[in-house]
Ligand binder design. Structure first.
Ligand code: DC
Length: 228
């Protein structure tokens, strides 16, 4: 069976990663969560003092982006953790602070170019499911299957809040909703590779879909693309 590239883009907290990871597992493809890469860059910048809640030292980030070594390392259960310069940072990047930081460093052209370069290398052999914001438009405009996932901001904020509460982060719904909207706005309006649907992407709105129904839609798209 021919191997393809599956590009999954969409708004934050839509469930892109869960959906993409599941498909990859089912069809034996490699899964790449590009958001984790931007989160790791944000963590690196924060630790060096170049990214604080109110400031971003663009010159320092531009000068040092070459020193950021990112790897996905597989765990025994088949899932992958994000490693930054030899350290497993998976737990450190899944916070609201790093969501926000990733959204901010991802506005920088020099950061995007480096991430896109690394992502394109990962896709050379195809057989990959990659999710992010610019996968179908910039990283793999030639991807055989493109999906644009969306859901209402309210539903996404509720899902995000449940996730954070489950991890013990104390958060308020109104705060999470405001952050979701702020990130949507920033992701869509940045000058460098703004979030937008590729013309040939299939839209899946999962506001009223169960995870199983959504997976079924994706599976059918995959099968018809590979078979067709
Ligand atoms: O998918 P996520 O929430 O982990 O992504 C974190 C941030 O990184 C998000 O606000 C936008 C940015 N991002 C991006 O600009 N391009 C990507 N391909 C992936 C994520």
């Amino acid at each position: 069976m021919k191997k393809i590239i599956v590009a999954i883009d969409g708004f934050s907290s839509c469930g892109k990663s869960t959906m993409a990871r599941k498909l990859a597992r089912e069809v034996g493809y490699v899964y790449v969560d590009t958001g984790a890469m931007y989160r790791a860059v944000a963590l690196y910048c924060k630790r060096n003092g170049w990214l604080t809640p109110g400031t971003m030292d663009v010159a320092a980030i531009e000068a040092n982006i070459g020193a950021v070594r990112l790897e996905f390392r597989l765990r025994a259960d088949g899932s992958a953790d994000m490693w930054l310069n030899g350290e497993n940072v998976e737990q450190h990047i899944r916070t609201m602070e790093m969501s926000d930081g990733a959204s901010r460093v991802s506005t920088l052209g020099v950061v995007r170019r480096e991430m896109v370069r690394q992502q394109q290398l990962m896709g050379l052999g195809k057989g990959i499911v990659m999710d992010g914001r610019d996968i179908g438009t910039v990283v793999f405009p030639e991807a055989e299957l493109k999906v644009f996932l969306t859901a209402s901001a309210e539903v996404r904020a509720k899902r995000r809040m449940d996730e954070l509460l489950a991890k013990g982060e104390a958060v308020e719904y109104d705060d999470v909703l405001a952050k979701v909207k702020e990130r949507d706005e920033r992701d869509q309006s940045r000058a460098e590779s703004p979030l937008r649907k590729a013309e040939d992407a299939h839209v899946i709105d999962n506001t009223d879909l169960t995870p199983e129904e959504q997976q079924e839609v994706l599976r059918e798209l995959f099968t018809s693309t590979v078979g067709g």
